[in-house]
Design a protein around this ligand. Structure first.
Ligand SMILES: Cc1cc2nc3c(=O)[nH]c(=O)nc-3n(C[C@H](O)[C@H](O)[C@H](O)COP(=O)(O)O)c2cc1C
Length: 174
């Protein structure tokens, strides 16, 4: 019986840089010509594909802007970036940060969806320049701090929810 040579498989993967984990964060503008419910469809598609492709990350949507952080094997992230640039459901994509990482930041999530709500919209503005949330006016540091803060709040609220067993959504759309 023929056996699979795992060391050969690993060597081939390494030749493609699959052992290197990249984290890429970008911002973009939502295309308002999209039909209703398109953001939900984007999220579903992202979650399904990412689970299959070993990608983890977080997607923030607010006031027609996207802010997404994705991490995974370097060739896989590059492939997704090519698709994202061509995707006309959003435009004006700008890369905020791209770095090699030892550990994933979003290891638990195929794509975490973070929407600033009425209660925490002050937080989005805290890291913003101006009176309206606009990631194009924010520095890399401000953007990374905002993603961190939103994900922490959501985790806390989810933890409290599971303790109290109350089914109250953390976010509200709008
Ligand atoms: C804001 C935004 C975020 C997206 N995030 C992801 C993602 O995390 N993963 C993914 O596979 N596709 C994502 N997509 C969709 C891709 O642009 C592309 O349509 C999709 O990967 C194509 O999948 P397919 O090769 O299975 O047809 C996103 C699209 C938008 C507009």
């Amino acid at each position: 019986m023929e056996s699979v040579d795992l060391s050969e498989l690993n060597r081939l993967k390494m030749l493609h840089g699959e052992h290197i984990i990249l984290r890429l964060t970008y911002i973009s503008r939502y295309n308002n010509d999209n039909p209703n419910g398109e953001v939900t469809r984007i999220l579903d598609q992202a979650q399904q594909n990412n689970e299959r492709n070993g990608i983890t990350g977080a997607l923030v949507f607010n006031h027609n802007y996207f802010l997404q952080s994705i991490e995974g094997a370097r060739p896989v992230i590059n492939e997704l970036l090519r698709k994202l640039v061509k995707d006309n459901r959003h435009h004006a994509l700008q890369i905020i940060e791209c770095c090699e990482v030892e550990q994933r930041r979003w290891s638990k999530w195929s794509m975490k969806y973070l929407i600033p709500s009425e209660e925490n919209k002050g937080l989005a503005l805290k890291f913003s320049t101006g009176t309206q949330f606009n990631p194009y006016l924010m520095s890399t540091n401000q953007i990374m701090m905002l993603i961190d803060a939103l994900s922490e709040i959501q985790e806390q609220e989810q933890a409290e929810e599971s303790v109290s067993k109350k089914k109250k959504p953390w976010f509200s759309i709008g």
